[in-house]
Design a protein around this ligand. Structure first.
Ligand SMILES: NC(=O)c1ccc[n+]([C@@H]2O[C@H](COP(=O)([O-])OP(=O)(O)OC[C@H]3O[C@@H](n4cnc5c(N)ncnc54)[C@H](OP(=O)(O)O)[C@@H]3O)[C@@H](O)[C@H]2O)c1
Length: 273
């Protein structure tokens, strides 16, 4: 297959390259290729004539998006539109990676693919705007929502906890933010399987189960050989962006194709192997 990957230097993009070794790849990322430049991105992708474009590029700093909403919409909404237009120009299918944060977390049970979104932050609103542009421009699209991504390389929660634990004697971590940690290589594997099915639509791919940031950090420290490290609960942390207190997305549609992800704790153990 001929596959273009946007955000190729990011966590998912890097994991995809490790899996799609047999495919013909076009790698798209800053500074060479900017998805906000409509003409450039259309020509670059159309020239390669991919079968599918996996669109992972995004402005992913959730608090940064609150401070810079125009940048958020430029990258996450218009950038996704531009990639969709490029797919239209060369008749490629598109995988648009999105987020569980399109939900407000108030449902009280897992969200499945048929639930209506209600985003709370600029990041989530701009990602939902991107989803909608893709849906309005293309027929052959997969929207893949995921959550709390981490990988060996990359600016993520796991690497931050490990770094801070080396620098400080104790850490405070929130107990009132609950989600599904998702190992980027597991998501990449699920996406690599999905593109072989022409079953277009919305998918929810995260590692299974949920935990609080506190529980996640505790597990990271234990697996890193620091079971006695002082990790303290914090319920007063105020971040700039409003994020769902508790959100779990249920993989219903992917499971019907036989695509499932393992529990988050198993994936985290693999990270440390
Ligand atoms: N990370 C998470 O916890 C999480 C959770 C749910 C959903 N997602 C979604 O999953 C996808 C992949 O996430 P990730 O963690 O792999 O992201 P990431 O590591 O932040 O990678 C995103 C990549 O996109 C690039 N990029 C940003 N703006 C661009 C532009 N205008 N043109 C071209 N490239 C651009 C970034 O470059 P720079 O680094 O130079 O900006 C970066 O290399 C994203 O769509 C994200 O919204 C992520």
């Amino acid at each position: 297959m001929r596959i273009a990957i946007t955000g190729s230097k990011g966590q998912l993009g890097t994991a995809l390259q490790a899996i799609l070794t047999e495919e013909d790849l076009l790698l798209i990322d800053l500074p060479e290729d900017d998805i906000t430049d409509y003409r450039h991105i259309r020509d670059r992708i159309a020239e390669f004539a991919p079968d599918v474009v996996i669109h992972g590029a995004a402005y992913t700093n959730v608090d940064g998006c609150e401070e810079q909403p125009e940048l958020a919409y430029l990258a996450n909404a218009l950038g996704s539109r531009n990639v969709a237009l490029a797919c239209q120009a060369c008749n490629a299918a598109m995988v648009c990676i999105s987020t569980d944060y399109v939900f407000d977390g108030l449902k009280g049970e897992p969200y499945w693919e048929f639930d209506d979104p209600h985003p709370l932050s600029v990041y989530a609103q701009s990602k939902l705007a991107g989803e909608r542009m893709v849906q309005s421009l293309l027929q052959r699209y997969y929207i893949v929502r995921t959550a709390w991504l981490y990988s060996k390389s990359g600016n993520n929660f796991v690497n931050t906890v490990l770094r801070l634990a080396d620098q400080r004697d104790e850490l405070h971590m929130v107990t009132d933010e609950v989600g599904s940690p998702t190992y980027a290589p597991d998501l990449a594997e699920a996406v690599a399987k999905l593109i072989h099915h022409q079953a277009y639509g919305i998918y929810h791919f995260t590692n299974q189960g949920t935990c609080s940031r506190f529980e996640w950090a505790r597990r990271v420290l234990d697996l890193a050989g620091k079971p006695d490290y002082r990790l303290l609960p914090n319920t007063n942390y105020k971040r700039l962006a409003k994020v769902p207190a508790q959100v779990e997305i249920r993989n219903f549609c992917g499971a019907t194709l036989g695509i499932t992800l393992r529990p988050w704790s198993e994936a985290l153990e693999d990270f440390f192997k």
